[in-house]
Design a protein around this ligand. Structure first.
Ligand SMILES: Cc1cc2nc3c(=O)[nH]c(=O)nc-3n(C[C@H](O)[C@H](O)[C@H](O)COP(=O)(O)OP(=O)(O)OC[C@H]3O[C@@H](n4cnc5c(N)ncnc54)[C@H](O)[C@@H]3O)c2cc1C
Length: 291
């Protein structure tokens, strides 16, 4: 049993102690080269990874940036191109994917759900993996997909817990880096059953919730009513143009042609309008009900 500082206790089977890492810079004599260290011993760099010696750039764990293999690689390339080609590329600190390879895996990028809770313009869309086909098929439903979304639908962060969470994070890292919106993900077909389906479903849920505003509901109602009327009038027109024999065979419950809808000028005028309506209904309908 583990007793915490506040006196509470936690039962456990195994204890993992994460002690952290420290840079081994003190005896390198970097100060003689004009390369300053910070108070923790990391090499001090600016946003271009240039050290305090204007002819020396640094990358990797020794700079104190996020300590991952992928960060070391990307920043190494950035530092090299800035140094050799004289570029001014800036280091990216906001879209670094983070994966903890525990069971289940924990993967995150961008803003955390805790940060979202402190900012009114952000909200979290959450999908429990109990509702994810792939998780159900694999009988491993312990997990979730959470997206941090701003008021314009842009994905600013994500946390995924579950099997293959690190792989799922690739799409979300791309989304955060390029300011993609949930509607971009919702409108992109994802294979089923896959774990990425969780990202898709969460995005669709966000788009749906946006369409539940009174204005959107009203617009959809108007469009679908107009569409229904247009289809009704087309049916009537179709019946009118049928030979008498066919018309008489048609059940009497179908639409009855009326004098007004036989006006050809009116119908020609209505077609482009109807096409626009159908297009809008199609878009909204596809977005709202693409699953
Ligand atoms: C146990 C463990 C697990 C990890 N798991 C992951 C993971 O799953 N995913 C992930 O992204 N990251 C992981 N990391 C972090 C990752 O390994 C580091 O972020 C990454 O290796 C940093 O690369 P680097 O080139 O900056 O430093 P390093 O890979 O540490 O390379 C530094 C090199 O410099 C050499 N060196 C040191 N001092 C001197 C000297 N005085 N003279 C000459 N050479 C010297 C070292 O021997 C070493 O070869 C893990 C780290 C640890 C310790």
């Amino acid at each position: 049993m583990l007793v915490l500082e506040n006196g509470s206790t936690v039962d456990f089977d195994q204890l993992l102690v994460s002690v952290g890492r420290v840079p081994r810079t003190p005896k390198l004599g970097l100060e003689k080269a004009g390369v300053a260290l910070d108070e923790r011993g990391y090499v001090r760099v600016d946003k271009h990874l240039r050290t305090t010696n204007a002819s020396i750039w640094a990358a990797g764990d020794v700079t104190g940036h996020a300590q991952f293999t992928h960060t070391a690689g990307v920043n190494g390339s950035l530092a090299a191109s800035n140094a050799i080609l004289g570029l001014r590329r800036r280091v990216d600190t906001t879209t670094i994917p983070r994966v903890t390879f525990t069971q289940p895996k924990v993967a995150a990028v961008g803003l955390s759900t805790e940060t979202a809770a402190t900012r009114s313009e952000l909200h979290v869309v959450s999908l429990d993996h109990e509702h994810l086909d792939r998780a159900i098929v694999e009988s491993d439903v312990h997990g979730f997909t959470k997206l941090v979304v701003d008021d314009k639908g842009r994905i600013l962060g994500a946390t995924v817990v579950g099997p293959r969470a690190g792989e799922t994070l690739g799409e979300l890292t791309l989304a955060v880096r390029h300011g993609l919106r949930t509607r971009d993900i919702a409108g992109t077909t994802h294979a089923c059953p896959t774990y990425n389906d969780g990202v898709w479903n969460a995005s669709i849920e966000d788009v749906r919730s946006r369409l539940r505003t009174p204005t959107a509901v009203r617009a959809l109602r108007v469009l679908s009513t107009t569409r229904r009327r247009w289809i009704g009038s087309s049916l009537k027109k179709g019946l009118d143009s049928q030979p008498d024999t066919l018309r008489s065979a048609t059940p009497t419950t179908t639409a009855q042609p009326s004098a007004s809808c036989q006006a050809t000028g009116g119908s020609r005028e209505a077609e482009p309008l109807a096409a626009v309506h159908a297009y809008l209904v199609g878009i909204l309908g596809a977005v709202a009900g693409c699953r």
